[in-house]
Design a protein around this ligand. Structure first.
Ligand code: ADP
Ligand code: MG
Length: 292
């Protein structure tokens, strides 16, 4: 498109709460044939709530929450917010030496002990998960809950089941994107397979990719690009940044989005409304048509 058309397209986008960082992406988004959605914070509201706390033998539920909150108070992850919220009535101080592992969990020192909070794979690297808790976790995951494991030293203290809700307009948005001719629509998540499949039910997605680390998300985007050439990725997290950078068009959620996601993306949805995606595509195609 010519310069004035692009600028008016960008201005139109801004009026609709779609921030295009440059003209090239305004042109590209209309040509995208595949779209990858991150799950947590993108397809979901990213306002998870603690649904249940389960303590291992010889621990109490408040202790599990306390340790988790001590770590998560320095985390940017939506799961962390949920845990800190739930621990508000308890006494705790922030853990020290905190290190976050995107897509896995978080580690730190609390009361002179190493404490670990994260998914089963991550926590099982330093501890032995009990069969009883593994089974409890599976039941919760089949019900769409995300299970966060909490360990102190080499002991599993328990688990925290967190519930997040789909954004209300997801299924409708996916149907509309299909109507616009998008051929492949997928979900990418670092969450486990059971939770991901349970949440994806009835959304009409072509594929659900679970257990992905940030670099795995990038590889899925690359593979999609081999098949569909122009691929959009939409996400909110630090863990989405490599995939957002790789995608032909990277799109960040403006409100839920982490700083890194906002910086990396080509387009920012100011209101976090997924239907803006459809508007962006329509806007792009319209501004192409003007010059033809
Ligand atoms: P998504 O790709 O759906 O946005 P993430 O990649 O951010 O999810 O996280 C994947 C999984 O890693 C989470 O479901 C959780 O089990 C674990 N995890 C990541 N960060 C944290 C954290 N700060 N606290 C607890 N668990 C975490
Ligand atoms: Mg996310």
């Amino acid at each position: 498109a010519t310069m004035p058309t692009l600028l008016s397209g960008i201005a139109n986008g801004a009026r609709q709460g779609i921030l295009f960082k440059n003209g090239a992406q305004l042109e590209l988004i209309g040509q995208v044939r595949a779209i990858a959605f991150d799950k947590t914070g993108t397809l979901t509201l990213g306002q998870p709530e603690v649904y249940k706390v389960i303590a291992a033998d010889s621990y109490a539920e408040p202790d599990v929450l306390e340790v988790a909150a001590a770590l998560e108070s320095s985390s940017e992850h939506p799961l962390g917010d949920a845990i800190v919220q739930a621990a508000q009535g308890l006494q705790w101080t922030a853990a020290t030496d905190v290190q976050a592992f995107p897509g896995k969990g978080i580690v730190g020192t609390y009361h002179q002990q190493t404490v670990t909070v994260g998914n089963a794979n991550f926590v099982s690297q330093t501890t032995q998960l009990s069969q009883t808790l593994i089974e409890t976790a599976q039941v919760l995951e089949q019900d769409g809950k995300t299970v966060v494991w909490v360990a102190q030293g080499q002991q599993v203290m328990g688990l925290i089941a967190v519930a997040d809700r789909m954004r209300p307009q997801v299924a409708e948005t996916i149907a509309r994107l299909r109507a616009l001719g998008i051929e492949q629509i997928v979900m990418l998540t670092g969450d486990n397979e059971r939770t991901a499949q349970s949440m994806a039910q009835s959304l009409g997605l072509d594929q659900v990719y679970a257990n992905l680390l940030p670099e795995d998300k990038l590889h899925v985007i690359k593979r999609l690009q081999q098949q569909y050439q122009h691929v959009a990725m939409i996400g909110d997290g630090i863990n989405d940044a490599p995939a957002l950078a790789q995608a032909s068009v990277g799109i960040a959620m403006g409100i839920a989005g982490s700083d890194v996601a906002l910086e990396t993306a080509d387009i920012v949805l100011m209101s976090d409304r997924l239907e803006k995606l459809e508007q962006a595509i329509t806007l792009s195609r319209r501004s192409q048509r003007v010059v033809k």
